[in-house]
Design a protein around this ligand. Structure first.
Ligand code: ACO
Length: 317
């Protein structure tokens, strides 16, 4: 027995940045961004911290699940970087929601939410936990070079959360990693040490978009086929394919190659942009709220990102 999703929640910053507004910062235009990526607007943090967004998403998910913070056995936050290096984002969420359980951050870039599901599965199947809060929370806009048009148009900020309880919802799951710091990298800024000979790295998000695109479509197709086969489900059994929201063209490629219909492809990149590991839980909560998903529906999740990492799974809601 693994987990069942019993509550979903999300939070976004207040500022909506349109393509028009981005085109005042760099040499770009609405037409290029929409046709190459599918993005119209994205949310960008101004005064909100990542903790603010995480706590709001967590409380939404807990309320919908009818569970209080004190009932949790574990909190996992998937994030590239919390507001601090330490304390972790998850520890501060624990304090804010009145939980008393262990809390840990994980970083698997855009695949982090599926890595978190895999970890939750391990905790629950080994009887180390019965109720887990998993949050995908990212503030990509503080890692961008706002002078680089090839990357700054792509990302937004947000947090999505799920509450997981012991149950039979998870049908199959797969995660992978292939170490690479050439295709996609965000450098770190360290304090200067009188002993270090290491040069400072570039702290901005840098990506070889074309190569990452090829990696994304190939790995997503491979992973989706594998988890569907393992779960024993066919395309017609699936209510929705929910891919990591990096580029509409990646999602459409996987949809077409797998033979899913337009109605089966979930998408929110038009109003979120790429929110890294927050993208799947943000979209999941929207779909549940809009009544497009309900109990008993089968969904397929797939993600790829920095690391390089990938993940996919089949879940019955
Ligand atoms: N506005 C206008 N023109 C632009 C812009 C822009 N914002 N950005 C690039 N261009 C230009 C380029 O300069 C280039 O011009 P040229 O032909 O004169 O040289 C042209 O547009 C084409 O550029 P490409 O990079 O080839 O465009 P492409 O169609 O590959 O789209 C994109 C780029 C959107 C980044 C795409 O490669 C992509 O989505 N890659 C995958 C990204 C991804 O999946 N990331 C997931 C991981 S993110 C994470 O893990 C945190």
């Amino acid at each position: 027995m693994s987990f069942q999703i019993v509550g979903t929640g999300r939070a976004n910053p207040a500022l909506v940045l349109t393509n028009e507004m981005v085109s005042k910062l760099v040499d770009t235009n609405d037409e290029w961004i929409v046709t190459r990526t599918g993005i119209n607007t994205r949310y960008v943090s101004t005064d909100e911290t990542l903790l603010d967004l995480s706590v709001e998403a967590a409380n939404n998910a807990l309320n919908k699940a009818g569970i209080e913070g004190k009932d949790l056995d574990l909190i996992i936050c998937s994030t590239l970087e919390g507001d601090y290096i330490t304390p972790s984002l998850s520890c501060l969420v624990q304090r804010e929601i009145g939980a008393v359980c262990p809390a840990v951050d994980i970083n698997a870039a855009c695949s982090g939410f599926i890595y978190g599901l895999d970890m939750a599965d391990a905790y629950i199947t080994s009887d180390k936990a019965e109720t887990i809060l998993l949050i995908g929370a990212e503030m990509m806009t503080r890692h961008l070079d706002w002078k680089d048009r090839s990357t700054c148009v792509l990302f937004g900020d947000g947090a999505g959360a799920v509450v997981l309880k012991k149950g039979n919802g998870l049908k199959s799951i797969k995660i992978t990693a292939k170490g690479d710091d050439k295709l996609l990298v965000i450098g770190n800024v360290f304090c200067s040490s009188p002993f270090s000979n290491q040069p400072q790295t570039d702290p901005h998000f840098r990506m070889n978009g074309g190569e990452v695109f090829k990696f994304a479509v190939g790995s997503a197709l491979r992973d989706v086929k594998e988890v569907m086969k393992k779960a024993g489900v066919t395309v017609s059994d699936v209510k929705m394919l929910i891919p990591h929201q990096a580029n509409l063209r990646v999602s459409q490629f996987v949809k077409e190659k797998m033979g899913f219909s337009d109605e089966q492809l979930a998408s929110a990149i038009d109003h979120y942009g790429n929110t890294s590991s927050a993208s799947i839980p943000l979209l999941l909560d929207e779909l549940v709220e809009e009544g497009k998903l309900s109990s008993g529906d089968i969904i397929v999740l797939t993600a790829f990102g920095g690391g390089l990492t990938t993940g996919a799974c089949v879940i019955e809601l």
